[in-house]
Design a binder for this molecule. Structure first.
Ligand SMILES: Cc1cc2nc3c(=O)[nH]c(=O)nc-3n(C[C@H](O)[C@H](O)[C@H](O)COP(=O)(O)OP(=O)(O)OC[C@H]3O[C@@H](n4cnc5c(N)ncnc54)[C@H](O)[C@@H]3O)c2cc1C
Length: 474
């Protein structure tokens, strides 16, 4: 944008959350380097315009929307600045994606220590939300593997942050959903792997209780553990599903040899599913995006998991195991115009069995069963607004067709979650109320966060729709 033009004349663009249930028309700029980013922030400050940063837009709700203001898209800052294949340390610009990163590092035997269920997010988006993977119980979130970052404040100050330098900002900006400044460089350590393959064991669970039993039994021996639960099964089958345990191969265990399996092409997801090009598959998903259709699909999926003999395992590439949701491009469109939301509560282990049962039963009583349910185990971490607890999370996708009833259901679930000492995750949120957030994170933590925000952003211009909704004081 020419320097003389006001940001109020920047192009207007409708941007959505990944679930498409929330969207906003926002002024939009996409700087190509740090100088242009600093310039956009400086101009927003002078013009008093609210700013929200945006990566790949993979947060489900309103985290990177800004209805009354400006969205600053940082995906154009996408250079891997350095990669040290001996130490396994990368220095990257904020818009480098998880895909960019592993494409560069896997041939040298390194995989990102933490990845979400899609490879599209940017490293800045992952740091801003402190993303967790299917190995959260073992290695913590993204932030635990960040060594250092540079944070650009609206007034042009750049703070170098690490566990030694500006540690308070380090622990608050990671998981601080872009409220304290823009990440302009992130240094992170990756995980050494001996093979491009994982050993995967599917384990069927007949009930919710059994799902918890499997998790508890398998955790010590697992590198990754994740459960799919059938959200429409009720009565004695409530919470039935399939849990997948995955483990790294030790040196010498890869039957194809690491020279082959560490190649990027060996990781690629298949280009067809049941003979159809992957890109077309979402068109056929419509009939299954109804309660009866889903009942059929989930039953088939559950029964298919009953077929292999107990103890059966197979080898799968890192990408195929980690990025299951990338198999079907545009799958979100199958939800139709109303879109969907994801709601992911985190509950301490002492209460998780009871609360998850209550939540799933509540959804069924209300006639709003979740269409996708994913269960994970977590551990606490040192970040100020961390969503993790020593317990479990249940990520639930709901079609947003009956919006008012759905929001009210989520509020009822939130009441149960906070009463049990649980937390929520801003990357997966469109429904939380300020009181839910205050009760879940605690006034003292929120005040510390807001004090840092006043220091780094005294004019309060860093404000997304998410912040406006859950942090009115910010
Ligand atoms: C299919 C799917 C599966 C997923 N699976 C998981 C999972 O397993 N675990 C998990 O934890 N999450 C998961 N997610 C959520 C996703 O990983 C997070 O929402 C992540 O933050 C998305 O990154 P992004 O680059 O798309 O950022 P966006 O969604 O665009 O933005 C996320 C946040 O980062 C901020 N931000 C962006 N760039 C900057 C910057 N340069 N400086 C400061 N702040 C910035 C934004 O303001 C916003 O608050 C999943 C999402 C999808 C769609």
């Amino acid at each position: 944008m020419p320097a003389a033009t006001s940001l109020a004349n920047a192009p207007l663009r409708v941007v959505d959350g990944f679930g498409m249930a929330v969207r906003a028309a926002c002024r939009y700029v996409a700087p190509r380097d740090v100088t242009e980013l600093a310039d956009a922030l400086g101009r927003a400050l002078r013009e008093g315009m609210a700013v929200a940063f945006r990566g790949s837009g993979r947060s489900y709700g309103d985290a990177s929307l800004n209805a009354p203001g400006l969205v600053v898209d940082t995906t154009g800052l996408n250079r891997i600045l350095s990669w040290d294949p001996v130490a396994g340390v990368a220095d990257v610009e904020p818009g480098v994606t998880i895909a960019d990163l592993w494409h560069r590092t896997l041939p040298d035997g390194y995989w990102p220590a933490v990845v979400p269920g899609t490879m599209a997010p940017t490293i800045a988006g992952c740091a801003a939300m402190n993303v967790h993977g299917k190995n959260n119980f073992k290695v913590g979130p993204t932030g635990d593997h960040v060594l250092e970052f540079d944070l650009l404040a609206p007034d042009g100050r750049t703070l170098r942050c690490s566990r030694e330098e500006n540690p308070e900002v380090f622990h608050a900006a990671i998981g601080g959903f872009g409220a304290l400044g823009a990440f302009t460089r992130i240094r992170l350590r990756l995980k050494r792997v001996e093979s491009g393959l994982l050993r995967v064991r599917p384990i069927r669970n007949r009930t919710l209780e059994e799902a918890f039993d499997v998790f508890e039994e398998r955790l010590p021996a697992s590198d990754y553990l994740v459960g799919w639960l059938d959200g429409v099964a009720d009565g004695r089958s409530l919470g039935r599903g399939v849990i997948h345990q995955a483990n790294y191969l030790a040196a010498g265990e890869d039957p194809e040899g690491p020279a082959r399996t560490l190649r990027v092409e060996r990781q690629d997801l298949p280009s067809t599913i049941l003979g159809f090009p992957r890109s077309l598959v979402w068109h056929f998903m419509g009939p299954f995006m109804t309660d009866p259709g889903l009942r059929l699909l989930n039953t088939a999926k559950y029964l298919a998991a009953c077929l292999p003999p107990k103890g059966h395992s197979y080898l799968q590439s890192h990408a195929a195991f980690a990025f299951l949701l990338d198999y079907v491009p545009n799958w979100r469109l199958a939800y139709g115009r109303a879109g969907f939301i994801q709601y992911q509560p985190f509950v301490p282990k002492e209460h998780a069995r009871r609360v998850f049962r209550e939540i799933l039963e509540l959804c069924q009583r209300e006639g709003l069963p979740p269409y996708l349910v994913v269960m994970k185990r977590h551990r606490p971490d040192p970040f100020l607004l961390t969503h993790a607890v020593d317990g479990y999370s249940l990520a639930m996708d709901f079609p947003a067709r009956q919006r008012e009833r759905l929001w009210s259901l989520c509020h009822q679930m939130s009441d149960r979650v906070v009463a049990a000492g649980g937390k929520f995750y801003f990357a997966k949120d469109a429904v939380l109320r300020p009181l839910d957030v205050e009760r879940a994170f605690g006034r003292e933590r929120l005040d510390r966060f807001l004090a840092l925000k006043r220091w780094l952003d005294p004019a309060g211009i860093l404000r997304s729709d998410l912040m406006r909704r859950v942090l009115p004081a910010g």
